[in-house]
Design a protein around this ligand. Sequence first.
Ligand code: GLN
Length: 458
Amino acid sequence: MPTTASSMMLKDFTPPFDATVVTLLREWGAEIIGKANCDEFGMGSLNTHSVHGPVVNPFQAHSSSVPWVERERRSAGGSSGGSAAAVVAGMCSAALSTDTGGSTRLPASYCGIVGFKPSYGLISRWGVISFADSLDCVGIMTKDVSGTRHVFEALNVYDPKDPTSASANAREMAHRASAGTWTGLKGLRIGIPQEYFPSELSDEVLTPVRAAIEKLASEGAKIIPVSLPSTQYALSAYYVISSAEANSNMSRYDGVQYGKPIYMSSFRRCSSFGSGLHVPLPPASDLTNTASIYSRTRSAGFGPEVQKRILLGTYALTADAFDNYFLQAQRIRQLVRDDFNRVFHVRDFLSYSPKTPTAERSEPWAVPDDEVSHPLRTGVDVLIHPSAIRTAPLLGAPETDGLGAYVQDVLTVPASLAGLPALSVPLRPRDQEWPVGISVVGQWGCDEMVLRVGQVIE
Ligand code: GLN
């Protein structure tokens, strides 16, 4: 099957091998039925930046008796909107997605399904087209949490082909630490981060999320307000870091290594991209010059959003801007991580090296109990917050133009910057037409704990 990343650049590209995740799914007995639409190279929040055109959210068609003439054309969310639409429309029992800054959780929230971004490094990225390597994760979408757990169990394995694949020891330490002492909701400590309830949060999201939190409290969970003060800078830091890394990843699409050079095909700018950035093409007479082949190929092959990110990333990495943008963004990323580490009682096992020497441990992963948890043993088990600031926007709505699209990710990017597991579970408020997502976020490697809490909520 072709893999296009929804880009004109890869219109005719059929990969010569399967990604590790696809191989694992096949070995497990899954049938691959197709590849889904997405924002070009994963860059977007509404699945509108695609050479295949936008994805229309099928939620209404599959959940209500609204006559088709009255149905609204709302966004399925992005970037993995096609995967979410396929699940909600019942085309498949599960879909894979990617999540660099929220591309699994946002579409899941808009479409009323479960979307899971596991801890960074647990699922192999080998064979997955890169957007921003330090953030990219493979995501899982299903109708319920047990379906997600099922797929996660098949994919949660170390892959020597992926240099960022988490070691068996880190997995085992985190797994042990996240076993938890609570059963059901009794004894579970849930943190509610105040910064995740910004003024932009719509009432149609706030009311059902508040009701869900009250229900958890009434069933025995301890609700603890917490503060993650660096959250306010996370969105800006995310767009600087992801664009800088994308700038590097996109350089392989030059018409020679990847992508068809413009003189070899009927390469046309796709009309569905509409008007955006238009870099003037060099004259066709000059195609003997390598730079001119690159330039024409890339100008015609990339859509406007990808071109914008390349320019943004290039700028952030230039000598003049590096300190003010890229370095500052990396500092903020560390502050965001520190915020999370302060509130969770389990340690961050991705960056932690145990104090007890290996020789003194029964197994390499068997770290003494007092090293597993935060020394003070206060802290929360998981955090809960809305997945998105609103329900699915109408396709073409003016408030989702330009920076408006970026704001959709404000609640999802912090967990991405810190590499944490995050699960969006649908709430279906009875008096509302469109679904709302609630997110459960845990410490690195506490994926099982996050899934368990998600299962209680749904
Ligand atoms: N919407 C974000 C972006 O455009 C996140 C995308 C993603 O997670 N792939 O970068």
